[in-house]
Design a binder for this molecule. Structure first.
Ligand code: SAM
Length: 219
């Protein structure tokens, strides 16, 4: 289906995400309790694309297919910066992180958000959380910054509905510190395409150096 263009040809933002003025500049914002010291007007809080790859994908006008209210599996939640914004505009949001330290902060973020479910799990081992996470999810968001990023996305495809979306940020240096990022992205895309159809890619360098944003759907 064609993206709904409402903003000078750009795909529309999901419901619950708006461009609002902070310090005289239009920035992305979601509605919810603050998490990381970000500016807030008491209702809307700034979603800093410089601290969030998914935020950067939206800020750059990628067509994520997000409408708002989706069920989400988020891999690589860290202390919850991005997943807190995702939970602000989504339905049930499962957040996987394998490092205990950031997960402690993530638990605090989830206390303020009834639809956010933190899981101290390894995203390479979906069988360890398959009994907790729903299947037929609308969206899989991935930002794991680890070697084998395509493999992680392929292993977690089982949770996605057939018409679901994969929104992933690939960090070139996590795959190979010395290789040319373009070569790394090409190889990761090739592997990803064994299980997904890639719909759109965009370099996120304006916000995140040597990262590629990818929108894909299960094959
Ligand atoms: N997505 C976060 C945000 O925007 O707020 C930042 C994520 S950080 C770039 C990558 C995170 O992925 C780290 O916290 C790391 O511990 C986690 N990670 C890496 N490999 C993982 C794995 N196999 N399972 C779960 N988490 C993993």
């Amino acid at each position: 289906s064609l993206p709904v263009a409402t903003d000078g040809g750009r795909p529309s933002l999901p419901a619950g995400v708006e461009r609002r003025s902070f310090d005289g500049r239009e920035r992305l914002a979601t509605r919810g309790p603050t998490v990381y010291g970000e500016p807030s007007d008491g209702e809307w809080r700034l979603w800093d694309a410089g601290r969030s790859k998914l935020g950067a994908m939206l800020a750059l006008g990628m067509d994520t297919g997000l409408a708002g209210g989706e069920s989400v599996l988020y891999l690589g939640a860290a202390s919850g910066t991005t997943v807190s914004h995702v939970a602000d505009f989504s339905g049930p949001t499962y957040a996987v992180e394998f490092a205990p330290r950031p997960t402690r902060d993530l638990l605090g973020v989830a206390e303020d958000r009834q639809n956010l479910f933190p899981l101290l799990k390894d995203a390479r081992k979906p069988a360890t959380y398959a009994h907790v996470v729903e299947s037929n999810l609308d969206v899989l968001v991935q930002d794991v910054a680890t070697r084998g990023q395509a493999e992680v996305a392929l292993r977690n495809r089982q949770f996605l509905a057939d018409d679901g979306r994969l929104l992933v940020a690939i960090k070139a240096r996590s795959e190979d510190v010395t290789a040319d990022p373009s070569d790394v992205f090409e190889s990761v895309l090739g592997e990803l395409e064994t299980g997904y159809e890639v719909l759109e890619t965009e370099r996120l360098d304006r916000f995140h150096e040597d990262h590629l944003g990818i929108v894909a759907r299960p094959r």
